[in-house]
Write a protein that binds this ligand. Structure first.
Ligand SMILES: [Zn+2]
Length: 462
């Protein structure tokens, strides 16, 4: 009787042991052997303690990182699948060392603002993903008062805007509605994640532009002043203090807003307000953006070099705790035109680890720091207890990484649906050698596994 069918491990999980000299664990980087059974890390033992009966992966001198947890990804499927999609986004993720993504509730049609909308997304994603995928819900004026239903359906939290989102079907909240959403979320300890730019200063700035050249980056920068972020974060911190709602500030660019975060940390023992930034704010600067180079356009904008230095200082003192991609692609046609007309969004899920590592090492940080910002902290903030570390009981999401190899970014190597990227032609450190999701090799030596091995995640069940 043939037995191979019965003994083949399911595609979703595997039994392996990873032996290496540089394994990045919560306690530091050390030599160790990681024992994986059924896709879960069973034990992390001494290097020589390789078990019998498990397929051995010899990492040698390669660094073994916990897979990145990218909690800020716009997949855009269904509805705007010509912009990206679950298959391409998660293949790019696997190639970039990202093993878990959380999808943003907007740019897809329908947006994820109801349990029905979430179901449509899950159907589009099911069986189509190379890494694990969970979903954020959205808080919009229309669904206030009914957020609990979406929470119970398994979203990880709720995103809102305080200024126009860029798409009509996902309108912003005003400050009274922000407070209302927080009061509701606080009743079930829900998490609000906020695009923190306030409409009013943006409108004032737009009114001051006059006939400034829309192809100059300076013009775009003037249209989205730091003040819009600083005032938004101040309002968010105040509303969190009044309601007790947990809040996470998305893609912080204006370093001045960190003062508000620091103030909040000072008067609470466990921070109710956390903040993330993105690889592009940490690695690119306004000074280098050429005329008409709309690949660099995103909101809030990339700011000047001194601001970038202050963001790194924010990571050093933990006012900023997470670094995630805000991967937000669109078609090349929509990315064309002036800085005012082009779609704002940077596609970088495949390059984030290398971009951040390149700049981090230059500034004296280690891969343990990078793993904290890009894996452990996003997992903690979003509520993914099985993700974010190489430790007993966690999913065996692992990345074999060569930190000393460097290469020029060739857009042809990107697995995103579209290859528009501000990193084209840049020399970035690090090479992703292999990526494992729950012990299953999903990427190795430039090749992606054909069969999608990712799973869909739900809050409370992830
Ligand atoms: Zn975003």
């Amino acid at each position: 009787m043939p037995t191979h069918g019965a003994t083949m491990p399911p595609v979703h999980e595997a039994d392996i042991a990873v032996q290496g000299r540089r394994i990045v664990t919560p306690g530091g980087t050390r030599e160790a052997c990681v024992h994986v059974r059924g896709g879960t890390i069973e034990r992390v033992t001494a290097f020589d303690d390789a078990p019998e009966g498990l397929q051995l992966v010899d990492a040698g001198e390669l660094v073994v990182l916990p897979g990145l947890v990218d909690t800020h990804v716009h997949v855009n499927e269904p509805g705007r699948t010509e912009w990206e999609g679950f298959s391409t986004a998660t293949r790019a993720a696997a190639a970039g060392g990202v093993t878990t993504i959380l999808d943003m509730p907007l740019n897809s049609i329908p947006p994820t603002t109801s349990p029905e909308g979430l179901e449509v997304k899950r159907e589009a994603a099911e069986g189509n993903v190379s890494v694990d995928v969970g979903f954020w819900g959205g808080a919009v004026p229309e669904n206030l008062g009914r957020l609990r239903l979406l929470d119970e359906a398994g979203v990880f939290g709720f995103k809102c805007f305080l200024c126009p989102s860029g798409v009509d079907e996902f309108p912003p909240l005003d400050l009274a509605q922000l407070r209302e959403a927080m009061e509701e979320l606080a009743t079930f300890d829900g998490l609000l994640i906020v695009h923190a730019e306030l409409s009013e200063p943006l409108e004032e700035a737009a009114g001051r532009l006059g006939d400034a050249d829309p192809f100059e980056f300076e013009t775009f920068l003037a249209s989205r002043p730091a003040e819009a972020e600083e005032r938004a974060v101040a309002a968010i911190v105040e509303a969190s203090r009044m309601t007790g709602c947990r809040v996470h500030v998305l893609h912080l660019s204006a370093a001045g807003a960190l003062e508000q975060i620091a103030g909040q940390i000072a008067w609470t023992k466990s921070p109710r307000v956390t903040a993330e930034t993105c690889p592009h704010y940490l690695t690119l600067t306004a000074e280098e953006v050429a005329r008409g180079a709309t690949a660099f356009k995103c909101a809030p904008p990339i700011r000047d070099a001194p601001n970038r230095d202050r963001l790194w200082a924010g990571l050093r003192d933990a006012r900023l705790s997470a670094v995630v991609s805000d991967h937000s692609p669109c078609t090349p046609e929509l990315k064309a035109g002036s800085f005012i007309d082009a779609w704002g969004g940077i596609a970088s899920i495949q390059l984030g680890l290398r971009a951040v590592w390149t700049e981090a090492r230059r500034r004296g940080f280690t891969l343990n720091d990078v793993a904290g910002w890009m894996s452990a902290e996003p997992a903690r903030i979003a509520g993914l207890p099985r993700k974010g570390a190489i430790a007993e009981g966690k999913d065996a999401d692992l990345v074999l990484f060569d930190p000393d190899r460097a290469a020029i970014v060739d857009p042809a190597e990107l697995h995103h649906r579209h290859s528009v990227t501000p990193y084209a032609g840049r020399r970035l450190d690090g090479r992703i050698v292999a990526t494992y999701v729950r012990g299953v090799e999903v990427f190795s030596d430039g090749e992606l596994r054909d069969e999608p091995a990712g799973r869909l995640l739900q809050r409370g069940n992830a």
